[in-house]
Design a binder for this molecule. Structure first.
Ligand code: SF4
Length: 362
């Protein structure tokens, strides 16, 4: 953008944001804690999905001190269904660190913010600029799209050279002292007008400055990312009836789902017989033999980098003492536990089936 056009561009974007912004709860007070929580929830997740989670979170954990002290099980329950559960754990760890090292107040600058768990360059820039109105840049997916189109930047989005150029532009274009409005203007434009498909260029407040529009290249920019085929993962799942309940197990293995509850599950290497692996794993967990019976259900679930297929086998088990990370759950208690979404759906289905098959349980 020619330097002489920059002030008009900045002014058009800021004025548009101030009149057209969506009314969102974290934009009312610009409280740093609220901005931080909203930014973490909004990673990979749409605003309409986040809203009820955000409201519930703020009712239960209205400030950073309460987050620092919340029980892990309640934290997981508050996050249940949002996915990427490490985000919630990092929030709590960061809150504890802020209480210990910063007197309970989120730092104001990007360098200190980036020292906190779960806060990378984007989130640090968002907190510094949106909550504290510091002249700090942010580049997320929406900003990337807007900048690539405004400047007609034609390079694959994940190349380091383009990323560096975008962060530089995002820094240089901030009108001093107005980062809160300017940065949110770029994000809001990407979320509501400069859409990935069919952007509404006629309604765009900065169309006069857009190189992609001038060159007739809006639909080809930004260039799509090269997509890898997701890795396929097979899991064998034990559906174990325990009186009127089903057995569930809390995941102890490090990873995305650690701490969540699920139907007892073992991941299986490709081309291995699932029932045999499940039987061996159950023996290791419970110290007793239980041969898997009929395959009851298959379900697939896509994560960002892999696709999991869950093969659910009926397993009969004689009463025995359970390890502490195993427990029976009755239909009326399902809501007390935090499950990954795919397991919650399966458990609801299995209880429905149990009730159909066994009127005694009704
Ligand atoms: Fe995006 Fe169209 Fe505006 Fe250019 S004119 S920034 S492509 S909405």
């Amino acid at each position: 953008m020619p330097p002489e056009s920059l002030p008009a561009f900045q002014q058009a974007l800021v004025a548009w944001f101030q009149s057209a912004q969506r009314n969102l709860p974290w934009r009312r007070a610009y409280d740093p804690y609220q901005v931080w929580i909203s930014e973490i929830m909004l990673q990979q997740t749409q605003v309409k999905t986040v809203l009820p989670y955000y409201e519930r979170w703020m009712r239960r954990l209205p400030d950073l001190q309460q987050l620092a002290e919340v029980e892990e099980s309640e934290l997981m329950k508050l996050w249940e269904g949002l996915g990427y559960y490490s985000r919630a754990r990092n929030l709590k760890r960061a809150a504890q660190q802020v209480c210990a090292e910063h007197g309970g107040e989120l730092p104001r600058n990007v360098a200190e913010l980036k020292q906190l768990p779960g806060i990378g360059p984007y989130t640090a820039g968002a907190i510094a600029s949106i909550a504290y109105n510091q002249d700090a840049p942010i580049v997320d997916g929406n900003v990337l799209r807007v900048l690539c189109r405004l400047e007609a930047l034609d390079a694959p989005p994940d190349t380091p050279a383009l990323q560096k150029q975008l962060w530089q532009l995002a820094q240089e274009w901030i009108p001093s002292g107005q980062a809160r409005w300017f940065n949110q203007g770029l994000m809001e434009l990407g979320a509501t007008v400069c859409l990935p498909r069919n952007p509404e260029c006629l309604l765009c407040p900065v169309r006069a400055h857009c190189q992609a529009l001038a060159q007739g290249r809006v639909s080809e920019l930004p260039r799509p990312k090269a997509r890898k085929a997701p890795t396929e993962v097979n899991k064998a799942v034990a559906v174990i009836r325990w009186g009127e309940a089903l057995l569930i197990r809390q995941r102890r293995e490090p990873g995305l789902m650690q701490g969540l509850w699920e139907l007892p599950t073992v991941e299986c290497p490709q081309n291995q017989p699932l029932p045999g692996l499940l039987e061996a794993w159950l023996h290791q967990e419970l110290g007793t033999s239980a041969a898997p019976g009929a395959l009851l259900q298959q379900a697939t679930h896509r994560y960002t980098t892999f696709k999991a297929t869950l093969h659910c086998f009926n397993v009969s088990l004689k009463p025995l003492p359970l390890p502490e990370h195993w427990t029976p759950v009755r239909q009326s208690n399902v809501a007390q536990y935090a499950f990954p979404t795919v397991y919650r759906k399966l458990i609801i289905q299995f209880f429905k089936k149990l009730l159909e098959d066994d009127p005694f349980l009704k």
